[in-house]
Ligand binder design. Structure first.
Ligand SMILES: [Cu+2]
Length: 236
């Protein structure tokens, strides 16, 4: 893939390295900001080479549909997401990134495969994702998660999830913390495929998991058809 944006001058326009610019709307201070403009048929990242560290992706939805923004690593793992970004509004997604190849993905209408843009992270900064303490392997079928064992998780644990789709529709596995914020997800995974994600359970409490892809036959989210549940994370 051609990465022709070598001209540092044009990068500086879109890349603003000033923590002072980060507003209080994002819990985490970013080292760098990057701008993503989503429409109903495009997902435009204004710079495709980004310095390693905490990157604040300022996502503006210029489309007519409600949208989402994801950041994916080279393995296709979801590194972070913001959902329910309505027309004409902006949200910031802050993700800690080490050097490597990544994608941003906009999902207008919050369904389907979404639209991606590639980018590269360079430099020495950033914190690598925590090494998993263990792996939980399970299946997704239409419309339930099979062999999903979410018992005995304590706060501070990092878990690798591996989901194999043995159903007929794409499925995802999104986890929300006790405050309702997404902490990670196995992104939409096609039938016959296996998707993965690594998530750290920072706080104890009641977590939720769900698949909110839409069933074409009923127009309902899979979560309403059985692909949802809760589990407890015990204090460390
Ligand atoms: Cu599903």
């Amino acid at each position: 893939m051609l990465k022709s944006t070598r001209a540092a001058g044009s990068l500086a326009v879109a890349l603003i390295t000033a923590s002072a610019l980060m507003s209080a709307c994002s819990g985490e201070a970013a080292d760098t900001t990057a701008t993503v403009i989503g429409t109903d048929d495009a997902c435009t990242l204004e710079n495709d080479i980004i310095e390693a560290g905490k990157v604040g992706f300022e996502f503006t939805n210029d489309g007519k549909k409600v949208s989402e923004l994801y950041v994916l690593n080279g393995d296709g793992d979801v590194m972070g997401e913001v959902e329910n970004v309505t027309t004409g509004t902006s949200r910031t997604l802050t993700v800690d990134l080490v050097a490597g190849d990544y994608q941003v993905k906009c999902k207008p209408g919050m369904t389907g495969d979404g639209i991606t843009s590639d980018f590269t992270v360079t430099g020495e900064g950033g914190a690598a994702q925590a090494e998993p303490d263990r792996t939980i392997t399970f299946d997704a079928v239409d419309f339930t998660y099979e062999d999903l064992d979410l018992t005995d998780i304590t706060a501070g644990t990092t878990i690798r999830f591996e989901m194999t789709n043995t159903g007929d529709q794409p499925h995802e596995f999104e986890v929300l913390d006790p405050g309702g914020e997404a902490i990670g997800e196995v992104g939409a995974t096609d039938p016959g495929e296996t998707g993965g994600a690594t998530m750290t359970f920072a706080a104890p409490g009641k977590y939720t998991y769900q698949c909110i892809l839409i069933d074409p036959a009923t127009g309902k989210k899979h979560s309403m058809l059985g692909m949802a549940g809760t589990f407890s994370v015990a204090p460390a």
